[in-house]
Design a protein around this ligand. Structure first.
Ligand code: FE2
Length: 564
């Protein structure tokens, strides 16, 4: 439908799941084709065929910006399935530390072939080799992503890996956000140097291409709230479907009662009636754990043991205005219909003490691979410490409080989030401290800030990539604090600063300053974009800023700290 006369691939190839002697090459096309292969090695003399699958849930809708559609509903009036095929080849018998050339080719049904450019790949690096790892998150097709990634390449050259702390796109089942949003800043275009996105500044605008990064460097990702879709095909648009998640427990309750036989919902229909991360899981080939598949896992990459958690929850508005499902309550309009409730900011995968994920993490932290690693890093989406807004309320299962009148009719449905039951603060962080984790890396609030615990564990949120959602510091107060049942503010929360008691660290090299000239311990900007690089040779994590108002300028290193 979108294909021009000259055949082309939907993406460049990218690297996934490196082992000591192998790596996967993945790419996408809009045709099933007759065969797909990778040529690699000296003179590209070796070839290996790819396995092809079709993405099962990707669609376009009224709000897509794709093809000729530049305004809502011009072409798509409702969600329409889009046919996209994924090709994956496993290249084996590679030599650790040796980089080789590769190129992918897809053969179309009519015999025409289409090939990528030539890139390079290498299997997982051996220990004691210095690596540069890009730390990024929260792209969500936001305005500064292409500039950010272009500056990564201009500043540090080729990186050896990308760690992506969640929220890759906005609406995961909207295909164009991944592949070909017509504003020029889709996920793959930005990370593959094929973006074309204009950022305005005083003297005009600058077009950014993103960076050619993941063609040559494997990417490890974790699940953020924007990797999750809600109940399948019940709504008229993909944004509404994205917002239509409910906990599995309530899905079971709501839909089991409807079914005639007494069987519980099978996995697929349970997913369709609650939430799923299928598109994310279909796109990426990640390391897996037995318990969490690819939703949480651990991997050794050079001198680093990277532990990736599934720690994210539904995001909801803080009021129920206009019939919105709220963080703290259900709107009046739907009080008599539990099927329409949002169930607050429910957590997708338990991480509390005793949960399957927690127990897996405990055994991972006890493993030889973890203990012997020079660097121990944990990546998750939800912030344990931040000046951002999204850390409030507590990361805990919403406690539903239903009030009824004398006739038994529901008068109010509220949600409370007891701070003393915050799973991240109470259960997770003590475990990580004890295990000697040096760095906890996360996103979600779209700003840069960092913290150090009294025991010396570093916390970094480097998520001011495409835009910012603000920092709550000094007079910039959080708006959506929880309330007590009598409507008074819950004073266990602070309106500014980190609700869990750490002071943000002022950048060590070149902090931004307030109007009064005071150095600021954060960057929160829609004009300045930030990225961070972990250099495993020096153990240093360096953060750089680029001011899009000065397109000719270079990125400036403004902060550095060392993992010990
Ligand atoms: Fe998020």
């Amino acid at each position: 439908m979108y294909m021009l006369s000259a055949p082309k691939l939907l993406t460049d190839p990218f690297l996934q799941l490196p082992t000591e002697t192998s790596v996967r090459v993945v790419w996408f096309s809009e045709f099933a084709g007759d065969g797909h292969l990778v040529a690699y090695g000296e003179n590209l003399a070796q070839t290996v065929f790819a396995k092809t699958t079709q993405l099962s849930r990707v669609r376009e809708d009224q709000k897509s910006r794709v093809g000729e559609q530049i305004e809502d509903g011009q072409i798509y009036k409702h969600p329409v399935k889009r046919d996209i095929w994924r090709h994956e080849a496993e290249l084996t018998n590679l030599t650790p530390g040796k980089r080789v050339s590769y190129r992918v080719t897809s053969v179309m049904e009519d015999g025409k072939t289409v090939s990528s450019s030539i890139f390079t790949l290498t299997p997982s690096p051996p220990p004691n080799i210095p690596l540069k790892i890009l730390l990024t998150s929260d792209h969500q097709i936001k305005p500064m992503v292409a500039a950010n990634l272009q500056k990564v390449v201009e500043t540090v050259g080729r990186v050896d890996a990308v760690w992506f702390a969640g929220d890759l796109v906005n609406i995961p089942d909207r295909a164009s956000e991944w592949f070909d949003d017509n504003r020029g800043n889709g996920f793959f275009p930005c990370l593959q140097g094929r973006a074309k996105y204009a950022v305005a500044h005083e003297a005009g605008e600058n077009i950014y291409t993103g960076g050619q990064i993941i063609q040559c460097a494997p990417m490890f990702t974790c699940i953020g709230n924007h990797e999750i879709m809600g109940r399948f095909e019940r709504e008229k648009g993909l944004v509404d479907e994205f917002n239509d998640t409910i906990p599995r427990k309530f899905a079971q309750k709501l839909y089991d009662e409807d079914s005639l036989d007494d069987k519980s919902l099978d996995d697929e229909s349970l997913k369709n009636n609650s939430f799923n991360s299928d598109t994310y899981e279909e796109i990426f080939t990640l390391p897996q754990s037995q318990e969490g598949d690819k939703t949480y896992y651990a991997i050794t990459f050079g001198d680093v043991r990277l532990v990736v958690l599934y720690a994210t929850r539904m995001w909801r508005f803080h009021t129920t205005e206009n019939g919105r499902k709220g963080k703290y309550a259900e709107p009046e309009e739907s009080l008599d219909n539990p099927e329409k409730w949002g169930y607050g900011q429910h957590i997708y995968e338990p991480i509390s003490k005793g949960s399957t994920q927690y127990n897996w993490l405990k055994s991972e932290l006890d493993s030889l691979e973890f203990k012997q690693a020079k660097y121990k890093v944990v990546m998750l989406h939800h912030p344990p410490h931040t000046l951002g807004g999204n850390i409030v309320p507590a990361y805990t299962n919403p406690v539903q409080v239903v009030t009824s009148d004398e006739d038994g009719r529901t008068k109010e449905v509220r949600y409370e989030y007891p701070k003393e039951q915050d799973y991240i603060t109470q259960d997770l962080i003590p475990l990580l401290e004890k295990a000697g984790v040096q760095l906890v890396f996360y996103g979600h609030s779209h700003l840069w800030n960092r913290f150090v615990s009294p025991e010396g564990m570093h916390f970094l949120e480097t998520s001011n990539v495409g835009n910012s959602y603000g920092a709550h510091y000094r007079e910039q107060k959080r708006k959506s604090l929880p309330q007590n049942s009598d409507g008074s503010a819950d004073v266990s929360y602070v309106e500014t600063g980190d609700p869990y008691g750490l002071e943000p660290v002022v950048p060590t090299i070149a902090p931004m300053v307030s109007e009064d000239g005071e150095p600021l311990p954060y960057i929160s900007s829609n004009e300045i974009t930030v990225f961070s690089i972990f250099d495993t040779g020096s153990g240093k994590v360096s953060s750089y800023l680029f001011d899009t108002r000065k397109p000719e300028s270079e990125a400036i290193k403004f902060d550095e700290f060392e993992l010990k």
